[in-house]
Write a new protein. Structure first.
Length: 167
């Protein structure tokens, strides 16, 4: 059997699911109306960092469906920020004038926290919290460098099911 015949046989033996459309993750980006959204950092985010992070997530077998809105981030004294413009049943991503996503890997890292269900629990203290961050960093780097999202596919489907069920 030649290599070409072997590859053709392997391709035809793959499950029918391989041709199925990937699951869709609804992402709602909220632009803070009080923020400045021009400048080199913001331009780099929209032109390079976000599209690359979306491609990284696609390697996990998940397609992003984007919606956009203008909202507002209020920062009352002595309490957590209040965010207006969020959308229920979607992964909400708030874009302010302080964009912490200085690298693609950082943006992918934060998306992975959602796909791995980390956002539904408090960050563990001490070594366990450090280990969780290391795990997500390693997976983000694996996506970025090796183009391999296989370890995230199962948890990502779990996140999508939880999102569809209402959180």
């Amino acid at each position: 059997m030649t290599r070409r015949q072997w590859l053709a046989a392997a391709a035809s033996a793959s499950p029918a699911r391989a041709g199925a459309a990937p699951p869709v993750l609804p992402v709602h980006q909220v632009l803070d109306r009080k923020a400045k959204h021009e400048g080199p950092h913001e331009r780099a985010y929209w032109e390079h960092i976000w599209p690359q992070a979306a491609n990284d997530v696609a390697r996990c077998g998940v397609r992003l469906a984007m919606t956009y809105a203008v909202g507002e981030v209020e920062r009352p004294p002595s309490r957590t920020p209040v965010i207006h413009g969020l959308s229920r049943g979607k992964l909400n991503l708030v874009v302010t004038s302080w964009i912490p996503f200085v690298a693609v890997n950082t943006c992918t890292h934060e998306l992975l926290h959602a796909l791995l269900l980390d956002i539904f629990e408090n960050r563990p203290p001490g070594l366990w919290g450090q280990a969780r961050e290391f795990r997500v960093d390693a997976l983000a780097t694996r996506l970025w460098l090796l183009k391999d999202g296989s370890p995230v596919k199962g948890p990502a489907r779990g996140y999508l099911k939880r999102l569809e069920a209402g959180g």
